[in-house]
Design a protein around this ligand. Structure first.
Ligand SMILES: [Zn+2]
Length: 248
């Protein structure tokens, strides 16, 4: 088996899990770049049916949190692109704050961001939220993103390399929906920074790739500022989770 990100030959035995209660999935772990991935997901059409995505009650809160974080990390100069931007909620929110955000998503309609679709213009920053873990063509899709800009902000939960092989309780595996098929570690993030000749920082849970260097002091300041603004804005997933339970 070849790694879907770095192409390394993987000889170790895969982990096996059951997806959507019926499909057997093999998870491979790359010793070179730290990617943990499912080799051939055959259930994706079923995984993306409307009923499952309809249960994403945290969608607005997630966008609000990302808006607070990103508007602290990047300034308003230049053009930004929300890659895999879904309905356009985040790009719309950022435009309302004065950022020149554009939108791109090969699977969604720009319901609330029509007229601001990405059109091959020069882009200074890319945001890409909750996409990495859905990628089947990992290296091809990430390549497309870094070709547009080397300043990229991703969100994805990193896995714990000590427990990943034995622990099925990590929510992010999404065994019941089958949508998450690639998982990243800190090592993978560092591999990407090296591959695309840029710097990597974890700032308040976001994976920030930047051509510009951030000092330790600057990062500590940013994290504190973001934490304070999240508290002031009262962000919490409490009611999103309540509604999600009510939908089950
Ligand atoms: Zn690899």
């Amino acid at each position: 088996m070849k790694c879907k990100l770095c192409g390394e030959e993987i000889n170790s035995k895969p982990d096996s899990r059951l997806i959507l209660n019926k499909y057997s999935a093999n998870y491979y772990s790359c010793p070179k770049c730290g990617l943990y991935f499912i080799d051939a997901p055959t259930w994706l059409d079923e995984a993306y049916n409307d009923v499952i995505t309809f249960k994403d009650t945290g969608i607005m809160m997630r966008n609000k949190i990302n808006e607070i974080k990103v508007s602290n990390i990047i300034d308003q100069n230049g053009v930004m692109l929300d890659y895999g931007g879904g309905f356009g909620i985040f790009a719309r929110m950022m435009r309302d704050k004065g950022y020149d955000f554009r939108w791109f998503d090969k699977f969604a309609e720009p319901l609330i961001i029509k007229g601001f679709e990405y059109n091959d213009e020069k882009v200074d920053w890319i945001t890409c939220f909750e996409c990495l873990e859905h990628l089947d063509d990992v290296s091809g899709d990430i390549d497309k993103i870094f070709k547009i800009s080397h300043n990229v902000i991703f969100s994805t939960e990193l896995y714990d390399s000590l427990s990943i092989h034995t622990d099925d309780s990590w929510d992010y595996l999404c065994l019941e929906t089958g949508q998450h098929i690639a998982f990243y570690s800190e090592e993978t993030m560092k591999y990407l920074a090296q591959k695309y000749n840029t710097n990597y920082y974890n700032i308040s849970g976001l994976h920030v790739f930047s051509e510009k260097k951030y000092s330790n002091l600057k990062r500590i300041f940013l994290k504190l500022k973001i934490k304070m603004q999240l508290i002031i804005n009262g962000v919490s997933y409490r009611y999103c989770e309540r509604d999600n339970k009510n939908l089950n």
